[in-house]
Design a protein. Sequence first.
Length: 155
Amino acid sequence: MGVIAPGTAVPAFALKRADGEPFTQDDVASGVHVLVFYPATFSSVCTSQLQIYEESLAEITADGAQIYGVSVDNTFSQIAFCEQLNVTIPQLADFEPKGVASRAFGAYFEPAGFSNRALVVIKDGVVVWSWEGENPGVLPGVNLVFDGLQAAAAA
């Protein structure tokens, strides 16, 4: 299937914030949002990815964009992950039912039962840029996030 294509309206989805509150398509209906799908908290590549993005967070959000990490982990694991790494990027759990939102965005890696490494940039409820790793071990540099934000600025 592959990750959701630019020009596609955001599908209906429901994720859970760290405080247990829902995060849905309504939360990305206006503004620019970056969804960072990653396989699992505490894995080596995921740790590096979130730390790299955290180092560039001020630049990523300078023009009002919001960035979120998305994994099939539960909220407790995501909270511990962020606390241990000093990551402030909000995390969204695609835990139960497992992977439903990741599947809706075409970012689910069925053979392993978790999200593939993918980036989706949304502007006003429409996907304007997306990227998917060849496999979950590929580390997407922060330059890809900036590519997506440039696409959002041009849209």
